[in-house]
Design a protein around this ligand. Structure first.
Ligand SMILES: [Zn+2]
Length: 457
């Protein structure tokens, strides 16, 4: 019995000691998160609602009403933030003509408002992180471009998150470039985001992560559930554009749950709550809500890691509805249904993630598992990289059924240095039974997303 207790104690202590790298916040990231203003988020949402409608096909010339007035206001706001930060935000329209399609009857100019905060661009570090919300709105009839269409939650809330982060983050310097986007044409079929993503792809932009915030302001679910403490992050497990060979590889390595988008979602789930109080991120293993879509999808389709934030419980009376009062029920996406404290927490998660990623070194490259021989240990290999102020790496390990990394083992650069690159051998843990990944860790303590290894000989 005594022996058993001792054994148990030893077991508990050793598993604690081994379990997790202590979770630490970074002072600059914390500062950024602390500067995010609920008042400003409220002001932005209310101002966007005041344009009466921001339908993609609505008036573009009126000074007060319609999507044209809305985008001019968003651009001016971004320009104000830029001026306040010494002109470091590059603000521009990304405009193009959308050809006729089911929800766009005739050629229509679509305008995304884009504010870019250039990174320090050290060496070959050309990483870009993108955050978006859509500023267009809709009512019951998707083609109705005239009616009052406040779109407070869908998606002035997401747009406000993006704009507020642009305001705060433009006062800081990051290694990576951050693109803050208010896009149009989402409701008409993800038109604005799709074109921007296609142009970025054509220009070989190195987008390391994309987050869309869409419907991030409501805490009263239509099912009477109230939840102001959680936000969902949606991520695809398998890219539908994967080739047959890629799909075979995914099945053979058991990586259905380890796509780059899923790794980004894990990062969000891990980092976001470090910087918020009583606020959690819930990973949903699905590209979007069931059979639904959002502006991250065009990015996913081009192979970029991209995820979607949406509130925990939606309220369908307040989405895509004509504003009306019927049988005791108020319909419509009105600003009084936005919980600004909640949206501010979502902004804090976004800010923490974007700042951490952009201050961390780039993710390791050439990450592989040695399959040149069968072994009971697991040998990980990856490339030397001169990028960033590298301190070391986390070797991430989890069981095949675990949603999140269960163990992170820190190794110094010197400890894993080998002639051809970096090597780490995990004794006693077979790649058959565990999932491995590697994160780069900077001298500032911040780490990259996890890279899932490919089999190498
Ligand atoms: Zn939306």
């Amino acid at each position: 019995m005594k022996f058993f207790v001792l054994f148990l104690l030893f077991y508990i202590l050793s598993s604690i000691g081994y379990a997790q790298v202590p979770e630490q916040t970074h002072p600059t990231v914390q500062e950024i998160v602390d500067e995010i203003s609920e008042d400003n988020i409220r002001r932005i949402v209310e101002r966007l609602v005041a344009f009466h409608t921001r339908h993609t096909l609505s008036d573009t010339t009126d000074l007060e009403i319609g999507i044209g007035a809305a985008r001019r206001w968003i651009k001016r706001e971004f320009e104000d933030y830029s001026r306040d930060s010494g002109g470091r935000l590059k603000v521009e329209y990304h405009r193009f003509i959308a050809e006729p399609q089911p929800r766009i009857p005739e050629p229509t100019e679509i305008v995304n408002v884009v504010a870019t905060l250039p990174g320090k661009l050290q060496g070959d570090d050309d990483r870009v992180y993108v955050i978006s919300g859509h500023y267009d709105s809709r009512v019951s009839d998707i083609m109705d471009a005239e009616s009052f269409s406040p779109g407070a939650n869908d998606d002035a809330s997401g747009t406000a998150v993006v704009m507020e982060l642009a305001r705060v983050m433009s006062n800081y310097e990051f290694d990576a470039t951050i693109v803050f986007m208010a896009v149009a044409g989402e409701e008409q079929g993800l038109v604005g985001a799709r074109q921007w993503a296609a142009d970025a792809y054509r220009d070989e932009m190195n987008i390391e992560g994309m987050i869309t915030n869409d419907i991030v302001g409501n805490i009263f679910g239509g099912n009477d559930v109230v939840d102001n403490t959680r936000v969902r992050v949606f991520s695809e497990g398998v890219n539908p554009n994967a080739t047959y060979e890629e799909l075979r590889r995914i099945v053979a390595t058991g990586s259905e749950n380890d796509s780059p988008s899923r790794q980004l979602a894990r990062y969000v789930e891990e980092v976001g709550p470090l910087y918020t109080t009583n606020f959690d991120v819930v990973m949903i293993y699905r590209r979007d809500r069931y059979l639904r879509g959002g502006d991250h999808i065009p990015f996913n389709e081009l192979g970029y890691p991209a995820v979607r934030f949406t509130e925990m419980h939606e309220n369908y009376n307040w989405q895509h509805q004509d504003v009306r009062f019927e049988e005791g029920i108020q319909y419509g996406d009105l600003p009084e249904f936005v919980d600004y404290e909640y949206t501010t927490n979502v902004a804090r998660v976004n800010g923490a993630v974007l700042a951490s990623l952009s201050l961390a070194p780039p993710p390791p490259t050439g990450v592989g598992i040695d399959i040149s021989r069968l072994e009971h240990d697991t040998t990980l290999l990856w490339d030397h990289s001169g990028l960033g102020d590298l301190k070391g790496f986390y070797i991430c390990i989890r069981e095949t059924t675990a949603p999140q990394w269960q163990r992170k083992i820190f190794v110094n650069v010197q400890d894993v240095q080998s002639e051809e690159g970096y090597t780490y051998i995990q004794k006693g843990k077979s790649k058959d039974n565990y999932i491995f990944g590697i994160q780069a860790v900077g001298k500032n303590g911040l780490n990259s997303v996890t890279v899932f290894p490919a089999p190498v000989r």
